[in-house]
Design a binder for this molecule. Structure first.
Ligand code: SDX
Length: 427
């Protein structure tokens, strides 16, 4: 592989350095492109453009490979747990027993959310979508934690990480409690992080919540599978907002908003709604495949396709297997799961989907498990956000510690050339 790329514009040749990553990804460094040639590149949706180098997550879309800090997602999902994976993503190494115990205890120092935050959530109608409430509450945390973190001070950065992991989980469950008209719960420092999620969500003042280890284990695995995914839309948003030196809560809040979109994290809710629509319509999956292929029909097969994976999303394989196990363990027989499998089989055999390398992604089966756990559909993307939080924190921290420049893309102007101002009487 040559270490330079040659570009010819108007008969003049320019050389640019080529960088090669750990897994032999090749990139042309165009840092000096505009200065040397006067030209810029353009790439709507950044399908061919890298925004950074990163040590956190590696994806190979053709092979269907996903690794966090070099560990395969299959190993981590099977052998690790969510807080360990959060520590790995954020600090770069799997923690020792002492480190993970300290991390969990340090998170517990911040699990009490300022009572005045309740006044903010009271301002929302019960019908507000949980993702909109979560984005607002996350940004509002800045009001109660105004001091911006000095990213070069390891202690301060560590405390900001623990505070964010603690408070985000609590306020995320408050969005559901608000929706249901239930009192807001407090974190129980005698219980684990994922156990607390279930308690915070479902424990009522009328009696203790009965923890189901099957659900806790499945949720822990689902959070691991959602924890990071290199420069996806919401993570790129967190890095972009953080690049202006906006605080961590404000940056995470922007990530929540980006994740909400149905083309991104909001797809898990859209998948369930799609499967329920197919069920209501009589279960004819071919009819909906035809709609997805019809260019005149805005309908897309939610949970299918991916910007990077042109093979099976490795997370979808793991979640599909978990769906069978969890529903069997919970004794749930959900006809929507059968529809999902029928739809997947038909799509994978269909020329339109095969020719475009469209496979099930992380969102295709996750909602079926959430539903079996009693999680309401509108909360599915909130669970995605809880899982993705460590990735957002890790990527924000990497961007800031590496002192990356403020993100400010260029453009090509295609509007009107210079023209004289026209007085309103002459328009
Ligand atoms: C996530 O980036 C990440 O890493 C994201 C994520 C993460 O962990 O952060 O993995 C999480 O967001 C997963 C994706 C969830 N979204 C959905 O399931 C929504 C449905 N999928 C599509 O909207 C679409 O596949 C995207 C948005 C995911 C990817 O879109 P791209 O890369 O811009 O691809 P494209 O729109 O250019 O599609 C290429 C072709 C087009 O057809 P042609 O113009 O070539 O004829 O494939 C078609 C598209 O019309 N196509 C689909 C389709 N997805 C793509 N056709 C029908 N149904 C679909 N789902």
């Amino acid at each position: 592989m040559s270490n330079i790329a040659i570009l010819e514009i108007d008969g003049k040749k320019y050389e640019f350095p080529v960088i090669v990553g750990t897994e032999n990804e090749v990139a042309i460094d165009i840092n000096k492109l505009r200065g040397e040639t006067g030209a810029i590149t353009i790439d709507p949706g950044y399908k061919n453009s890298g925004s950074c180098t990163s040590n956190i997550t590696f994806l190979d879309g053709e092979q269907g490979i996903l690794r966090y800090r070099g560990y395969s997602i299959e190993d981590l999902a099977e052998k690790s747990n969510f807080l360990e994976v959060a520590y790995l993503l954020i600090f770069g190494e799997l923690p020792t027993a002492a480190q993970i115990e300290k991390f969990e205890n340090d998170i517990r120092k911040y699990t009490l959310v300022n009572e005045e935050m309740k006044n903010i959530i009271d301002g929302f109608p019960r019908t507000a979508h949980p993702m909109g409430v979560l984005a607002s509450l996350t940004s509002a945390l800045t009001a109660f934690n105004p001091k911006s973190v000095n990213v070069d001070n390891e202690k301060e950065m560590y405390e900001a990480v623990c505070k964010t992991m603690a408070k985000f989980l609590v306020i995320a469950t408050w969005t559901y409690r608000k929706n249901m008209g239930y009192p807001l719960n407090y974190y129980d420092n005698t219980k684990g992080y994922v156990e607390n999620f279930m308690r915070l969500m479902f424990e009522l003042p009328t009696g203790p919540y009965k923890m189901n280890p099957v659900v806790v284990n499945a949720l822990d695995k689902l959070f691991i599978l959602h924890a990071d995914h290199e420069q996806n839309c919401s993570t790129s948003t967190v890095r972009m907002v953080g690049s202006s030196h906006a605080g961590l809560f404000a940056s995470i809040s922007s990530g929540v908003s980006a994740l909400w979109g149905p083309l991104h994290g909001g797809a898990n809710q859209a998948v369930l709604e799609m499967l329920e629509a197919i069920q209501k319509d009589g279960g004819d999956v071919e009819k909906f495949l035809a709609k997805a292929k019809d260019k005149n029909d805005p309908f897309r097969l939610m949970g299918f396709g991916h910007r990077v994976y042109k093979n099976f999303d490795p997370r979808a394989r793991i979640i599909k297997k978990a769906a069978d196990e969890v529903l069997a363990d919970l004794g749930v027989d959900d006809p929507v799961l059968d529809i999902a499998k029928k739809l997947e089989k038909a799509a994978l055999e269909d020329e339109y989907f095969k020719s475009r390398n469209l496979y099930p992604n992380v969102d295709f089966y996750s909602g079926i498990i959430y539903r079996a756990m009693g999680i309401p559909t509108e909360m599915f993307t909130v669970l995605f956000a809880i899982g993705r939080l460590p990735g957002w924190i890790a990527q924000w921290k990497e961007m800031r510690v590496n002192k990356e420049p403020i993100g400010r893309p260029r453009q090509v102007y295609t509007g009107s050339p210079l023209r004289d101002f026209t007085d309103i009487n002459n328009r």
